[in-house]
Design a protein around this ligand. Structure first.
Ligand code: CUA
Length: 319
């Protein structure tokens, strides 16, 4: 209170880095603006009509000045570019121990699911000092998940998983916004990020009615959509086993190799013909239009939960 606050509070591990970059951009822009406009005004006054200032002896062209100012501005912006790119890459590369939290945007709310099955709408509880990885998608149009105090924002795009991570550094409540115009009530689409001490957070998690975890719900869907018929190992159709799959490289029929991440699993469910695992017949039907984003997240969570399991090796097809 009292002092004018130009920037939102800084409450994540990225925030200070982002502010430095912002300050540098602002500083460079302000310097160039002042230089150009300062000289313009100076010359306007100095060489105004009627002033008696010396105007003869035009200087010849010199390539040194041209090269110097071109080279310097180029170097300055290259530094800013690499600085920004490095920060961008770091914001999108979560540390391995980060907790996954799933976020689905829809007109006009944020639906949030914790790995333990706790659900929230327009509020996100997170522990302080622990990295959190968000997996974002949208059920309808493009939204944008923005937390100014953490200096992060990321579009939530229908049909794609976007990830970003943050580590809150200050306990408190911060505003959450939708930062992409998404329809009539876009301006009301927002909420609160509640950063808690880890012990308080654990108590909060325990106090919520967790219901089944995402992975458990995913397992039920895995059966009800009939996935287990082929991928379960008991069926007659030869399909890749999913135990131990997540996070590992998958050789494809066309010679490429992809990592089995959230995107790969999702695409394999919706567009199974796009990336066929090497050695398997392309017989899987597409589930596009049949499975909603919520359920897809659950299926992905289930397949992710199988990452540390191993399939009975006898049921694996010969290489
Ligand atoms: Cu959602 Cu704007």
């Amino acid at each position: 209170m009292g002092s004018l606050q130009l920037l939102p509070p800084t409450a994540s591990s990225h925030a200070a880095d982002m502010d430095w970059l912002f300050a540098a951009l602002l500083g460079v822009s302000a310097f160039i603006l002042l230089l150009v406009f300062g000289l313009m005004i100076l010359f306007c006054v100095r060489y105004r009509k009627g002033s008696k200032v010396e105007r003869g002896n035009r200087l010849g062209r010199t390539w040194r000045v041209e090269v110097a100012w071109t080279g310097l501005t180029f170097a300055a912006f290259l530094v800013l570019y690499f600085w920004g790119a490095d920060l961008y890459v770091r914001i999108h590369s979560p540390p391995g121990e980060a907790t996954d939290i799933y976020v689905v945007g829809k007109q006009w709310m944020w639906k949030i699911e914790h790995p333990g099955g706790q659900r929230e709408i327009d509020t996100l509880h997170v522990p302080v000092g622990r990295p959190v990885r968000l997996v974002l998608t949208s059920q309808d149009v493009i939204h944008d998940f923005a937390i100014p105090a953490f200096r992060i924002r990321q579009d939530a795009v229908p049909g794609r998983y976007e990830t970003l991570w943050f580590m809150p550094t200050e306990v408190g409540e911060y505003r959450l916004f939708c930062a992409e115009f998404c329809g009539t009530w876009h301006s009301r689409m927002g909420g609160t990020i509640v950063v808690m001490e880890p012990s308080d957070f654990q108590r909060w998690l325990d106090s919520q009615d967790p219901g089944p975890s995402l992975a458990q719900e995913g397992e039920a869907l895995f059966r009800s959509y009939g996935c287990s018929g082929c991928h379960g190992g008991a069926g007659t159709v030869r399909a890749p086993r999913l135990e131990g799959l997540f996070g590992r490289p998958v050789p494809l029929e066309d010679g490429r190799t992809v990592i089995a991440d959230d995107r790969y699993i999702r695409d394999s469910i919706l567009m199974p013909k796009a990336e066929i695992a090497a050695g398997y017949p392309p017989v899987m039907p597409s589930f596009a239009g049949q499975i909603g984003e919520d359920d897809l997240l659950k299926l992905v969570a289930y397949i992710k939960s199988l990452a540390d399991k191993t399939a009975d090796s006898a049921e694996r097809p010969a290489p």
